[in-house]
Design a protein around this ligand. Structure first.
Ligand SMILES: [Zn+2]
Length: 72
């Protein structure tokens, strides 16, 4: 892990605009003002990516992070 700012358990940083979102409780759903992510769940944080996260896919094919390898 790198570039991980100090966040509370109920916070997440939007990958698109870097805004810190805070979900205050289990049913507090917060959508980032840019519309890229939403979070809810409070301390049982759930992050919902509303648009594709380019940092996570990193230009790799979608199967690249599944751990599946083709053996020849
Ligand atoms: Zn955002």
């Amino acid at each position: 892990m790198k570039d991980k700012p100090d966040l509370e358990a109920n916070q997440a940083v939007c990958f698109n605009c870097k805004k810190v979102l805070t979900s205050k409780d289990q049913y507090d759903m917060v959508v980032c003002s840019c519309g890229a992510i939403a979070i809810d769940g409070g301390c049982n944080l759930r992050i919902i990516e509303l648009i594709e996260n380019p940092a996570r896919t990193g230009g790799l094919s979608p199967s690249a992070d599944s751990g599946f390898m083709i053996k020849f």
